[in-house]
Design a protein around this ligand. Structure first.
Ligand code: DOR
Ligand code: ZN
Ligand code: ZN
Length: 435
């Protein structure tokens, strides 16, 4: 007798329905007929996808929990169809020492409803060998905050560590950002000026720079939130030259342009900023993009109400991306294959997350059931995130996640959140207990 059998699952549009047998949190069987199980869930012909994996979230825990914490962030994840998140290091303290990593890991183990991994920051390149022992999802570098010597040293040291570690990069050139910001500040204060303070060139210069370091040190790199066609072109070229370089896009850079800064003001302020029509990426570019990362970056509305130069950049994204993508699927603008690749399979592969990203026997039973017909109007007041704002407010969508299961445990049903204990996704290289 299995633990759970989920019956009448469609794995593809138009495909025959199957039953998923689940045992010990893993997919045990995929069969035409149901298997005897302690519990059965009939999903009545709904589409079932692998649980989504977000390689780029900011859960603000510890230190900034007024914006979000691991409980509310992971509730937003489960509500959005996500079963795994990789958290960024810019918390207080930043996740860049063994103590900070262990502290965040234990916070997440006690609060997270979904499985998680942790990106690790680099404050002193000579420490990366030690930090590598803590199974970081990647070493995260904010290029806008470091100089070239530091960057080179970080690449040198990380490429020296055994185990082929990944560097995740926020690509904006610090000098260009500084110069343009000084100039734009003199012109006044508006979100449009902020966008010009961090121009497309600041991104492409940084992308170029990072690619040349990747080549010099034979180091694999992942670009977070790629926002311009030129950056994407550089990434494609680097791949064609045999470099291990990948690129991510956020939902806001994919679906919005800088005209939204007029209507949404600072609520649409992000780094890198939204681009104008000429310099933005669109759904048509998705075949050349590796993953979608939400860059879920919650702030309080109070902070967002500051003038543009003082309001923090970032928008929450976990609860809106799947409905937005399913809407594109319903319109015939994107394939289900691409949705699974961008949101499940490639994130698992790039960030080396074991047993996730695919529905297959032996994999973790991380699943999201979606109702392709269900319509909704995006309403941030209903978010589980503490950040109840969104540049997608009022968007009409068709296609909603209705059930999320993490290792066979139901954590979301029709928007309701249920209890669960998230796990650290990487094997413990140290003898650290996971439970
Ligand atoms: O918009 C952003 N928000 N970009 C970043 O690089 C940081 C992030 C945050 O942590 O708020
Ligand atoms: Zn960033
Ligand atoms: Zn980010």
């Amino acid at each position: 007798m299995l633990d759970l059998c989920i019956t009448n699952c469609k794995m593809n549009i138009g495909a025959e329905e199957v039953c998923l047998g689940i045992e010990d949190g893993k997919i045990f069987s995929i069969k035409k007929l149901p298997t005897a199980a302690s519990e059965t869930i009939d999903v009545q012909g709904m589409l079932v996808l692998p649980g989504l994996i977000d390689a780029h979230v900011h859960f603000r825990d510890p230190g900034l929990t007024v914006k979000e914490d691991f409980f509310t962030g992971s509730a937003a994840a489960a509500a959005g169809g996500y079963t795994t998140v990789l958290d960024m290091p810019n918390t207080i303290p930043p996740t860049n020492t063994p103590q900070a990593i262990m502290r965040k890991r234990s916070i997440a183990l006690s609060k997270s409803l979904v499985d998680f991994g942790l990106h690790v920051g680099v404050v002193d390149p000579s420490h990366v060998r030690e930090l590598a022992k803590y199974s970081p999802a990647s070493f995260k570098i904010f290029m806008d905050l470091v100089d070239h010597d530091f960057l080179t040293e970080a690449f040198r040291k990380i490429s020296d560590v055994d185990g082929n570690h990944l560097i995740s990069i926020h690509a904006e050139d610090p000098q260009l950002v500084k110069q343009c910001t000084q100039k734009m500040k003199m012109e006044g204060s508006s979100p449009e000026l902020y966008a010009m303070a961090r121009p497309p060139l600041a991104e492409t210069e940084a992308v170029k720079n990072a690619i040349s370091l990747a080549k010099q040190f034979n180091q694999r790199i992942h670009f977070c939130h790629v926002s311009t066609p030129k950056s994407l072109k550089l990434i494609i070229q680097a791949k064609n030259n045999g470099l291990d370089v990948t690129g991510e896009i956020t939902p806001h850079h994919l679906f919005l342009d800088s005209s939204y800064l007029k209507s949404y003001g600072n609520l649409a302020k992000t780094n890198p900023p939204l681009r104008d029509r000429e310099h933005r990426l669109v759904v048509k570019n998705l075949p050349n993009i590796d993953i979608i990362g939400t860059d879920h970056a919650p702030h309080t509305i109070k902070e967002k109400n500051n003038d543009v130069w003082n309001a923090p950049p970032g928008v929450p994204g976990l609860e809106t991306i799947l409905p937005l993508m399913l809407t594109q699927l319903n319109k015939g603008k994107i394939s289900l294959r691409d949705i699974k690749r961008l949101l499940c399979e490639r994130p698992a592969k790039i960030f080396n997350i074991p047993k996730k990203g695919l529905i297959a026997e032996g994999m973790d039973a991380d699943l999201v059931v979606v109702d392709l017909k269900k319509e909704n109007i995006i309403d941030p007041d209903k978010f589980h995130s503490k950040a109840k704002y969104s540049p997608f407010k009022g968007f009409r969508v068709q296609g909603m996640p209705i059930m999320t299961l993490v290792r066979g445990n139901l954590v979301m049903e029709n928007g309701e959140i249920l209890k669960n204990q998230g796990k650290f996704v990487y094997q413990n290289t140290l003898s650290i207990e996971n439970e």
